[in-house]
Write a protein that binds this ligand. Structure first.
Ligand SMILES: [Ca+2]
Length: 361
């Protein structure tokens, strides 16, 4: 192989690898890692670009928000407000501890909020926050919500007016979520949060398959620019090590209309315009969106339809049965040969079944 051919082949392999990485991250959008909003080993930016508080401990290989001890809370916050309109945050994290399954808590929250470094009761951060939160809830508080398994990942957008309901694991304000086995895994676990053109997508990679699995995908989400990224965690009577390995922010190159560009994005109030109400499913054990409740006349119509269906089926069945009986009688009287009769009866029965099927269709 000539040097030229060798160089060409090497460049092709490099280009293919680069493309694979690129496609994996952004699904087609070109992207840029924003170092001022990213937290990476060996965490040299901590101190200037990141503040931390509470029980947070920064080592050279991880940022431990809480140790595996009771009643701890810690957080880490980007000091630089983010003015990107479209972004994707990748979080590499690890939740691990000595507690047996279900005997651990409480979890991690990833934030994009107006305020920063305000300790409080929501996974170590303040309640009635303004902005976006993604909760990695590892402890089931609501013993009535057995339809979902824990750990459970969910999203909440708040304009400061809503309190997070720990007793219900945030179900009343949840925009979407999924169960994810994120605890005590032997491999790395990842979460991706993408916000672009009003669409919020959360993906997870927790099964060591090196592929993203969708967890949340909702439109109509309005978030301003100029907020801060952060992460926090808390333990209660039960505990875990809550470690952040990295938080990498990528800018998504998305075109906006001139009208959108001219808006003052810092003035946007966090909100969600859902077609249906959020998953406030206090009465609904399935946790799914509820349709309008069935009123009296709707129940009546439903029952009437069911009754009519039964009557139609019964009439069709009776007609088919009667026809078949008549034909059988005809053969019995017209053909006294027993073997021949048997063959006809068999054929008729088969035809009868097929006819019944066709009629019922
Ligand atoms: Ca919980």
């Amino acid at each position: 192989m000539s040097f030229k051919a060798f160089l060409g082949a090497t460049l092709a392999v490099l280009a293919a690898n680069w493309c694979l990485v690129c496609c994996d991250i952004t699904d087609g959008n070109s992207e840029h890692l924003k170092r001022e909003h990213s937290l990476m080993k060996p965490y040299q930016g901590v101190g200037s670009q990141w503040d931390f508080g509470g029980s947070t401990l920064v080592t050279s290989s991880y940022v431990r928000l809480t140790p595996d001890e009771r009643s701890k809370e810690g957080s880490i916050w980007n000091t630089v407000p983010c003015y990107l309109k479209d972004w994707e945050m990748h979080v590499q994290f690890k939740v691990h501890g000595l507690g047996k399954k279900s005997l651990n808590g409480d979890g991690i929250a990833i934030w994009y909020t107006r305020e920063r470094l305000h300790p409080g009761p929501v996974f170590g951060n303040q309640d009635q926050f303004v902005g976006l939160a993604i909760f990695l809830d590892t402890f089931r508080n609501d013993l009535h919500g057995m339809d979902r398994s824990f750990p459970y990942i969910s999203a909440m957008v708040n304009n400061g007016s809503v309190s997070y309901d720990h007793g219900k694991d945030g179900r009343s304000s949840e925009l979407g979520g999924c169960s994810a086995d994120i605890r005590n895994r032997n491999h790395d676990t990842y979460l991706a949060i993408r916000y672009s053109k009003g669409r919020l997508t959360v993906m997870i990679d927790v099964d060591d398959r090196n592929e993203w699995k969708e967890c949340i995908d909702i439109g109509g989400v309005r978030l301003p620019t100029g907020y801060f990224f952060g992460a926090s965690a808390a333990t209660g009577d039960l505990s875990d090590n809550h470690d952040i390995i990295s938080m990498k922010l990528y800018q998504l190159m998305v075109e906006h209309t001139p009208e959108e560009e001219n808006l003052d994005w810092t003035k946007i109030e966090p909100s969600v315009s859902l077609l249906k109400s959020p998953k406030d499913n206090i009465d609904d054990p399935t946790g799914n969106f509820r349709g309008t409740p069935l009123t009296g006349w709707k129940v009546f119509l439903l029952l009437l339809c069911a009754l009519l269906g039964i009557v139609v089926c019964a009439v069709v069945g009776a007609v088919v049965f009667q026809k078949r009986q008549v034909l059988i009688m005809k053969f019995i009287t017209s053909d006294p040969d027993t073997d021949h009769l048997k063959e006809h009866l068999h054929r008729l029965l088969c035809n009868g079944v097929i006819n019944s099927f066709l009629l019922l269709r």
